[in-house]
Design a protein around this ligand. Structure first.
Ligand SMILES: [Zn+2]
Length: 241
């Protein structure tokens, strides 16, 4: 056995907590053409009252490419971890330097600690594929997002991803600015989602100059590869395959 985990679950009862739960669930609208997504909470709270949310917050079609929406969810839309708990685990880890997986655990926990609290991430590779351009360096995209005053991180499960509070219109503008800078994007077929997106003017100011935070995060080790192929929990003892 390589490792096992033990999960402790503490169940609390709270009438107020139950009322809060719909505030943490969101419907998802995802464009069938370009993958742009929008989250819409199913309930809202105001004037000391919980009420069903009003909507939809999106129009009939995607504002980026004109595609139709897939409707999904509701999905959980609350905080994904407790930062103080992650800090405590990191502090414990520092006392156990002899762990073989120390570097990997520290990397994963650091990525978790820095992760922006939004449930879904963007894939710059897929966005570049839609526009038929090369994928910009992650640090460059992160810099543009930080320079515009938004927060950004990777997702701890996917190194080549972006979690951010920047609107999708900003991210597409950053991708278009990159394609323009490289003289790319001409390969998007007429009438395709990519061509529709490229036809729209860039409305946000995009500043790719290196933001210190983006560079620092890109340099340090967050995503250590698995020590060997197929590494992970083995079948339960006694199970024959
Ligand atoms: Zn779209």
């Amino acid at each position: 056995m390589d490792f096992y985990i033990r999960v402790f679950v503490r169940v609390r009862t709270s009438a107020a907590g139950v009322k809060d739960s719909p505030l943490l669930a969101s419907r998802v609208y995802q464009c069938t053409g370009c993958g742009t997504f929008e989250l819409e909470p199913v309930a809202k709270f105001g004037n000391s009252k919980y009420t069903p949310a009003t909507g939809p917050k999106v129009g009939q079609s995607c504002p980026q490419c004109g595609g139709k929406w897939h409707i999904g969810g509701p999905i959980y839309n609350g905080d994904i971890h407790t930062p103080s708990f992650v800090d405590r685990v990191l502090a414990e880890l520092d006392k156990e330097e002899e762990f073989q997986s120390h570097k990997r655990l520290r990397g994963l926990l650091t990525a978790v600690k820095e992760e922006v609290h939004v449930p879904l991430f963007y894939s710059p590779g897929s966005m570049a594929n839609t526009l038929r351009c090369s994928t910009p360096p992650l640090a460059m995209l992160k810099s543009a997002i930080i320079n515009a005053g938004y927060i950004v991180s990777q997702c701890h499960t996917e190194p080549l991803s972006l979690k951010t509070n920047a609107p999708s219109s900003f991210l597409w503008d950053a991708m278009k600015a990159w394609a323009k800078q490289k003289g790319e994007g001409g390969g998007a077929k007429k009438g395709s989602p990519g061509a529709s997106i490229l036809a729209r003017e860039i409305t946000h100011e995009i500043d790719f100059s290196a933001a210190e935070e983006a560079e620092r995060k890109a340099e340090s080790v967050r995503f250590v590869p698995a020590p060997e192929a197929g590494w992970g929990p083995k079948p339960r003892a006694g199970t024959k395959r």
